[in-house]
Design a protein around this ligand. Structure first.
Ligand code: ATP
Length: 290
């Protein structure tokens, strides 16, 4: 089981959304990290065959996914970022509708839909209209529909948006139990979700795949760059301008800053263990306001 991108580039007129991305994925859970506009949605749409790359190839088990689109679609599950629901359908009707679109036998579909709705915690509201669902409930329905055909390749664009912490834990457990012998790729801005779920992290920055690896290995690349230092509050504004700050903790007239810097930021700064959140800021510092 292997999903492979070779030299994939996507341009929208003069914008290069993906730039020569090559990537080979075996079964496992992959977390795609990237700031806004880094090309995550474009990558997902290309991998799921919704969008055609400008150049390069995408193959699944060495077969071009576009040339074998029916076959690929039958083993693909996709939750797009802008997933649209039918507000007047009930959750169950919507699931059965998606199952029918995927050509799943109706008797089996009913069992599978009930099972999935239960797994995402929507069984007690399955007969309610979707327009009455909360954002988190709709999101869980989106996750359930993506898994309807027990896909070998599951792509989830921001699946944890709108989920509360309890629902996020449920989601993580769902993915871990589902992902055996499957390729699961998901993006989220909630770094801790990726840290818990993903076997490997893919770092996409301005359309370029900058790095990949287990989170512990990627975090190691910024070892020695994360510091804590305590300063007087009146020095805070200057520090915020000069440094990339990943956290500030106020205590009276002093503040403890967590700073990402290759050099020691203050004489009494102490090195601390980096986290994935520090790594995110390190890669995507512009988003942190610098
Ligand atoms: N249909 C389009 N036409 C023109 N430019 C586009 C189109 N879709 C995306 N882009 C541009 O391509 C780049 C990558 O966009 P994309 O949506 O893939 O990023 P993203 O990482 O998913 O962002 P976000 O996290 O905000 O969803 C951006 O510069 C975006 O403005």
């Amino acid at each position: 089981m292997q999903l492979e991108l070779k030299n994939v580039t996507k341009s929208y007129d003069d914008i290069i959304a993906l730039n020569d991305v090559s990537l080979c994925l075996a079964p496992g859970v992959y977390g795609l990290l990237g700031s806004n506009g880094s090309g995550k949605t474009t990558l997902f749409r290309i991998i799921s065959g919704v969008l055609k790359q400008t150049t390069g190839t995408v193959t699944y088990n060495e077969k071009d996914i576009r040339a074998n689109s029916d076959e690929f679609r039958s083993i693909l599950g996709f939750l797009p970022q802008d997933f649209s629901y039918y507000p007047d359908f009930t959750g169950m009707k919507f699931m059965l509708y998606i199952a029918a679109l995927k050509g799943i036998n109706r008797n089996f579909a009913k069992r599978r839909c009930l099972e999935l709705l239960k797994l995402v915690g929507l069984d007690d509201v399955k007969d309610k209209k979707i327009k009455k669902y909360s954002g988190g409930m709709k999101q869980r329905l989106g996750i359930a529909q993506a898994m309807i055909n027990d896909p070998e390749v599951l792509i989830l664009d921001e699946p944890t948006v709108g989920l509360d912490p309890k629902e996020r834990v449920r989601f993580r457990n769902l993915i871990s139990s589902f992902s055996k012998n499957k390729i699961v790729i998901l993006s989220t801005h909630i770094v801790s979700d990726i840290e818990y779920i993903a076997d490997e992290i893919l770092v996409l920055n301005k359309g370029v795949l900058e790095n990949r690896g287990p989170s512990s290995k990627l975090i190691e690349t910024i070892h020695g760059y994360v510091w804590e230092t305590e300063i007087e509050n009146d020095k805070l504004d200057d520090m915020l301008i000069v440094h990339l700050i990943s956290n500030q903790k106020h205590a009276g007239n002093r503040t403890v800053l967590r700073i990402i810097s290759k050099e020691k930021p203050t004489p009494d700064a102490k090195q601390v263990q980096p986290t994935l959140e520090d790594l995110y800021l390190y890669y995507f510092r512009m988003e942190a306001g610098r």
